[in-house]
Design a protein around this ligand. Structure first.
Ligand code: ADP
Ligand code: ASP
Ligand code: MG
Length: 412
């Protein structure tokens, strides 16, 4: 029988009533003749609560134990979803990551999926089970420890299962009815897209649009998974939501197709480091070994052999970054005058495949920000995106004015 993957995010399984509503949707697809693999998130708010408990217990926590704790939210919803389906007379069984086993790397809290053996679940389908409910976000390392795939990782579990089982489609049910030109929660002119190209979705996700985890889009692109984002609160229909698809399948497109933001950014500057070969390597090796995810990097023009080095990372990694840089200073590997942290910044980005062939987007973006009196602290660009770091208090204003200026409320 054809296989369908249906993933339900936190708000779609937030309580027993919502789980029942999600289960009914699954029942409809089973009745159409699909064997369904359901991927569930933890109930909304649960993972944040678990992360909070870990951080309160141990600020520079052991990542293996972090994973042991934060993966547990999904275990509850997987079992409850299987029970709910059974109550509806749909033959269903739950799986935790290690039972599949969903094999990952040992990069705790940011593990990558290595392999999903299909035998266990396929065998059960062959015996008459109709729904496999799998706990999203979690797997097992080569050392046999529980791992997690990074925040939002259930999306990646879903796409990886769709690829492994050759599913006809991977439906991501969430609390919005598709992918929008920007986050509809902060811009009421945001427009829902019927289709979005993999490349654009990949950029939007990696720049902060949390509607899909970046890695899930990467996998869908690589394995040609038919990926759809839709609401679990609206009427069920085969045409609903947004289809994430190949660029060739989209006829018309704006130059800029989306605006993304990332709220919890921090900017750190090392004042007066030596300007010579090896210094950047020393700094960023230490940061990487401390598990700091560095994003933007800027090095100033040097004066008298010394320069300033600025980089950005998530706010909750600032303490780790400071500790790592202090350590290499104490050890005599790096000399700097001061480390200045600005933890009140946000990143705002515009994204569009059309930028490959059209110039002037950066100039327009900077003009819009300057008209609003917003100062740009750091800029980075790639082929299809431009990002700036600005004061966090201007983030929403920046998103809304860019959305207006690039006329994203109008279709191409
Ligand atoms: P889930 O719990 O279902 O995984 P998430 O909270 O992870 O849901 O992702 C859905 C949220 O993503 C939406 O509620 C919305 O606020 C946010 N979002 C950010 N950017 C976008 C965008 N461009 N289109 C749609 N939603 C977006
Ligand atoms: N529950 C996890 C999180 O909140 C994984 C997910 O929902 O995708 O990040
Ligand atoms: Mg999510």
């Amino acid at each position: 029988m054809p296989v369908l993957v249906m993933k339900f995010g936190g708000t779609s399984v937030a309580n027993l009533d919502r789980i029942r509503r999600a289960a009914k949707r699954v029942g409809v697809e089973v009745a159409k003749g699909y064997d369904v693999i359901v991927i569930v998130s933890a109930m909304s708010g649960k993972t944040n609560e678990l992360v909070g408990w870990v951080e309160e217990t141990s600020p520079l926590f052991d990542a293996r134990e972090y994973d042991a704790v934060v993966s547990s939210g999904e275990n509850v919803t997987a079992g409850l979803m299987a029970l709910t389906l059974q109550e509806m007379d749909v033959p269903a069984r739950s799986w935790q990551g290690w039972q599949v086993p969903l094999k990952t790397t040992s990069a705790h809290s940011a593990a990558r999926i290595v392999e999903i053996p299909t035998e266990n679940i396929s065998q059960k389908f062959a015996e008459g089970m109709r729904v496999a409910v799998v706990a999203g976000f979690q797997g097992i390392s080569p050392e046999g420890r529980i791992t997690t795939l990074g925040r939002g990782g259930s999306d990646t579990t879903a796409v990886a299962f769709a690829a492994a089982f050759g599913a006809e489609r991977c439906d991501i049910y969430t609390d919005v009815d598709g992918v929008y030109t920007t986050d509809p929660r902060i811009c009421d002119k945001a427009r829902k897209l019927d289709k979005i190209a993999f490349e654009e979705m990949l950029e939007l996700a990696s720049l902060g649009a949390k509607v899909l985890q970046t890695r899930s889009v990467e996998l869908a692109m690589r394995y040609g998974v038919k990926l759809r984002v839709l609401s679990s609160f609206e009427e069920q229909s085969d045409k609903a939501g947004t289809l994430v698809c190949a660029e060739e399948d989209i006829m018309e497109s704006n130059v800029v197709n989306g605006v993304a933001y990332s709220r919890d950014e921090a900017k750190l500057t090392l004042l007066s480091v030596a300007d010579r070969p090896g210094i950047a390597a020393t700094i960023f090796t230490a940061l990487s070994e401390a598990g700091v995810n560095v994003d933007m990097i800027v090095q100033n023009i040097s004066e008298e052999g010394r320069t300033d080095m600025t980089f950005s990372c998530p706010t909750n990694e600032v303490a780790r970054a400071e500790a790592a840089l202090d350590r290499i200073k104490q050890d005599g590997h790096l000399n700097y005058a001061e480390l200045v942290a600005d933890t009140d910044v946000a990143k705002v980005s515009v994204v569009g495949i059309g930028m490959r062939s059209q110039s002037g987007v950066a100039a327009k973006m900077f003009k819009v920000l300057s008209d609003e009196g917003i100062n740009i602290k750091v800029i980075t660009t790639s082929e299809i995106k431009i990002s700036v770091l600005i004061d966090r208090k201007y983030m929403e204003l920046a998103v809304q004015s860019l959305h207006d200026a690039f006329e994203l409320d109008k279709a191409a």
